[in-house]
Design a protein around this ligand. Structure first.
Ligand SMILES: [Zn+2]
Ligand SMILES: [Zn+2]
Length: 448
C-alpha cells in the first residue's frame, strides 16, 4: 500500500511538473515567499490605511510636500533606512543595505493637485494650499497617496523578509510629479552621484481600471508631454468702450477654439495627439477689459515628430489670432516633460513571470507592439538618466462604480477628476504586493 501510494504520488508529481513546464524550482519566487508577502501585507494594512487617510486629508502641492515628506521619512527611519532629506527640494532618499547585490530603486511621488475634492468620502480633503500665488483647495486626485501608502508598506514587508533577498534598497520619495519638475530637481541635486546609481527601478500608478488588476506594458507605455504658458497681451479699457481696447479675453477665446484643428485636421489620424487648455485666467470684474489673458496648456503626443507638429500649430494659431485682432505677438513658453516613458524590455522580461505567479488572472501583460496611451509621468527622467525600469499600473476602481458609469454611458471618474476615489484596501494591498514582489524578484539570491 505504502509503496504503491508513493509511486502514485511520484507519478502525479511528475505529471504536475511536466504540466507546469518544469520542476517547482522553475517558479520565479518560492511559493512560501509569496504567501509571506500576502500575509505581511495584510498585517500592515490597518496602519497603512490610517497613513493613507491622513495623507489623503492633507495633500500638499508640488514642492510644498514638507509635512508629507517628514511623515514618510520618519517611518522609513523607524524601519531602519538611512534617510537623507532635502534632495531636490522636498524630496528624500532612503537607503537600506542588506549584503551584496544590485541596487533597486523604488519611487513614489508625494504631491497632490490644486483642485477641490468632491468625492464626499469621510476622509475627503478639505485642505487648501497656495499654488501659483493663489490660495486653492488641494486634493490627492491622482492617487499619489495610494502610492505612498504602498511604498511604505513595501518597505516594511521587505525589511521583514530581509533573509530572502540580498542587495541595496533605494527608496526615493519624489516631489512635484504633476507639472513634471520633481524628478528633474532630484537629478539636478545629484541623486545618482550622492547615492548609488540604481541597477533597476520600479514605480507604480493607480488608475481607473478594476481594483486589484495589475497591468504591465512592455516598451513605450506613455506619451511625451509638453507644458505651455501662453499670454495674450491686449490694451485695457472700460467695458463700454471696446473700440479703445484690444480685448485679450476675446483673442484667447478665439485661440482655444481655433487651436483644436491642429489635432483634428492637421495630425495624421492614426497617431495620438492632444491639446488641452487647463487654465484660462483674465480679468477681474464686469466692466473692465483687462490687459492680458494667461493660458496654460498640456500637449501630448507619442513621439517627438508629432509633438513638434503640435507645438508649431499652437504657436502659429496663437500668433495669428493675436495679429488678426491687432494685438501684439503673444508670449509663449514651452517646457518639455522629457521623452515618452518607456519600460526596459529586459526588466519587463525579468519581472513578468513573478507578477504572473503572484497575481494570476489579475495580471495583464501588454506587448510592446501595442501603442502606448496618452498619460505621462516624469519618472521618465530617471529612465533617461540610465535606470532601466518597469513602471507598473494597478487598478483602483470599485467594480460597482465602473458598472454604474457604463450603464449611464459615462466615463468612470479617473485621475484628476474631482470624483476619483480609488478603493483604498484592494489598491494599497495590490500596490504593496506589486512593489514587494518586483523587488524580491530583482534581489533574490541566485544560486551559482
Ligand atoms: Zn496626475
Ligand atoms: Zn499621478
Amino acid at each position: 500500500m505504502r509503496r504503491s501510494g508513493g509511486a502514485a504520488a511520484g507519478a502525479l508529481a511528475l505529471v504536475l511538473a511536466l504540466w507546469t513546464g518544469g520542476s517547482a524550482h522553475a517558479l520565479p519566487l518560492p511559493q512560501d515567499t509569496l504567501a509571506r508577502v500576502t500575509s505581511l501585507t495584510g498585517n500592515a494594512y490597518p496602519e497603512l490605511e490610517a497613513l493613507y487617510q491622513d495623507l489623503h486629508r492633507n495633500p500638499e502641492v508640488a514642492f510644498q510636500e514638507t509635512r508629507t515628506a517628514e511623515i514618510l521619512a520618519r517611518r522609513m527611519e523607524a524601519l531602519g533606512f538611512d534617510v537623507t532629506r532635502g534632495v531636490g527640494g522636498t524630496g528624500f532618499v532612503a537607503i537600506l543595505r542588506n549584503g551584496a547585490g544590485p541596487t533597486v530603486m523604488v519611487r513614489t511621488e508625494m504631491d497632490g493637485l490644486p483642485m477641490e475634492e468632491k468625492t464626499g468620502l469621510p476622509y475627503a480633503s478639505k485642505a487648501t494650499g497656495v499654488f501659483q500665488g493663489k490660495e486653492t483647495p488641494t486634493a490627492h486626485a491622482c492617487g499619489h497617496d495610494i502610492h505612498m501608502a504602498s511604498w511604505i508598506g513595501a518597505a516594511k514587508v521587505l525589511t521583514q523578509l530581509k533573509d530572502r533577498w540580498s542587495g541595496t534598497l533605494m527608496f526615493v520619495a519624489q516631489p512635484a510629479e504633476e507639472g513634471g519638475h520633481g524628478a528633474e530637481a532630484m537629478l539636478k541635486d545629484g541623486i545618482f552621484k550622492r547615492f548609488p546609481k540604481p541597477d533597476r527601478g520600479f514605480a507604480l500608478h493607480v488608475g481607473p481600471s478594476p481594483a486589484g488588476q495589475v497591468v504591465l506594458k512592455d516598451g513605450q507605455l506613455a506619451a511625451t508631454a509638453e507644458f505651455v504658458n501662453l499670454t495674450f497681451k491686449g490694451r485695457g479699457a472700460h467695458g463700454s468702450r471696446p473700440d479703445e481696447a484690444i480685448d485679450p479675453i476675446m483673442i484667447a477665446s478665439a485661440f482655444v477654439t481655433n487651436v483644436q484643428p491642429v489635432v483634428s485636421r492637421q495630425r495624421e489620424p492614426n497617431t495620438h495627439g492632444v491639446i488641452s487648455v487647463g487654465s484660462f485666467n483674465a480679468g477681474s470684474t464686469t466692466n473692465i477689459i483687462p490687459e492680458e489673458a494667461v493660458l496654460q496648456l498640456t500637449l501630448r503626443a507619442l513621439n517627438a515628430t508629432e509633438m513638434e507638429r503640435l507645438k508649431a500649430g499652437v504657436r502659429r494659431t496663437a500668433e495669428h489670432v493675436a495679429a488678426m485682432n491687432l494685438a501684439p505677438p503673444p508670449v509663449l513658453t514651452f517646457r518639455s516633460g522629457g521623452p515618452p516613458l518607456t519600460n526596459d524590455r529586459a526588466v519587463v522580461a525579468q519581472v513578468t513571470p513573478a507578477l504572473r505567479q503572484a497575481f494570476g488572472d489579475a495580471f495583464r501583460f501588454i506587448p510592446a507592439e501595442v501603442p502606448a496611451t496618452g498619460g505621462a509621468d516624469d519618472y521618465t527622467h530617471f529612465v533617461e538618466a540610465g535606470v532601466p525600469s518597469a513602471y507598473i499600473r494597478i487598478g483602483g476602481a470599485d467594480p460597482a462604480v465602473l458598472a454604474a458609469a457604463r450603464a449611464r454611458g459615462e466615463p468612470a471618474p479617473a485621475n484628476h477628476s474631482p470624483f476619483f476615489a480609488p478603493l483604498p484596501e484592494p489598491s494599497i494591498k495590490t500596490g504593496v504586493r506589486v512593489l514587494s514582489v518586483a523587488v524580491l524578484d530583482a534581489l533574490k539570491v541566485r544560486k551559482p
